[in-house]
Design a binder for this molecule. Structure first.
Ligand code: G3P
Ligand code: MG
Length: 246
């Protein structure tokens, strides 16, 4: 991938296939792809022995049959958990994927990926550093690169240290003072905000600063249409069955 290439198409499937399959499992990414999606968002954190793997929450209870803080368990134990039964019986036994496993799936299919670095609290810098290093190894020679994103500036700093050439986006759930300068200071290529924060003026501000403006998580047609009219550069959605990415 050339340094200035932007790695994502407009439509991005959130956590694989939104709520239609157990989030952040390979089954979810397969389902999203069946709906025609060619780009996916996922949440990545570290096991206690430093393996990057997919999970949204810091704890295991909501989306697996495990208990406690996921980042305190080693990969051997995490990889044996059931991350599908909580969703529905047809996904029973679905595993928590490593980033390595997801990379094999997306690279084999030439899909784009937005890796949200979602550190276990206290591991922000380390998580960014390790995920950066792993991505360089996994995507080497592919001609593709993922986009890193995080709500946590330290995580983006870590990824910048180990993988400076992989593009970054700052996630925002509020437009806190100095947000634009913060994104610029981290060398970000994008600002990705809660869609309720993004309007025409904010998008113009981000564009003037030389960055892309993306939004999460848009599930209603009226909101998507308004954001498209305002000039947004990408939409992350759960509604893979409602929005055709073509
Ligand atoms: O990356 C966009 C979106 O996933 C951020 O929020 O909580 O769904 O990870 P969350
Ligand atoms: Mg996320």
């Amino acid at each position: 991938m050339r340094a200035n290439d932007w790695p994502l198409p407009f439509w991005i499937a959130h956590r694989g296939a939104g709520k239609l399959a157990p989030e952040n499992t390979l089954a979810a990414f397969r389902l999203g792809a069946q709906y025609g999606y060619r780009a996916f968002e996922c949440d990545v954190k570290l096991s206690s022995d430093g393996m990057p793997f997919l999970l949204h929450d810091a704890t295991l209870e909501r989306t697996s049959n495990g208990q406690g803080v996921a980042g305190q368990m080693n990969w051997s134990a995490l990889s044996r958990l059931d991350a599908g039964s909580w969703h529905s019986r047809s996904y029973a036994g679905e595993a928590l994927p490593s980033l390595d496993a997801l990379a094999r799936f997306v690279l084999a299919n030439r899909h784009a990926l937005n890796i949200e670095i979602k550190p276990t609290p206290g591991q922000e810098l380390l998580t960014g550093q390790v995920v950066g290093r792993e991505v360089l190894r996994l995507w080497a020679g592919s001609g593709f690169a993922p986009l890193f994103s995080s709500f946590d500036p330290l995580a983006l700093k870590g990824a910048k240290e180990t993988a400076p050439g992989i593009p970054r986006g700052l996630l925002l759930d509020e437009l806190r003072p100095g947000w634009l300068g913060e994104a610029q200071g981290l060398g970000c290529r994008a600002v990705i905000s809660n869609y309720r924060l993004m309007d025409r003026a904010t998008i113009a501000q981000i564009h003037t600063a030389g960055m892309k403006a993306l939004v999460y998580t848009v599930n209603e047609a009226a909101a998507a249409q308004a954001l498209i009219a305002d000039g947004v550069d990408g939409i992350i959605t759960d509604a893979v069955d409602r929005f055709s990415p073509v």
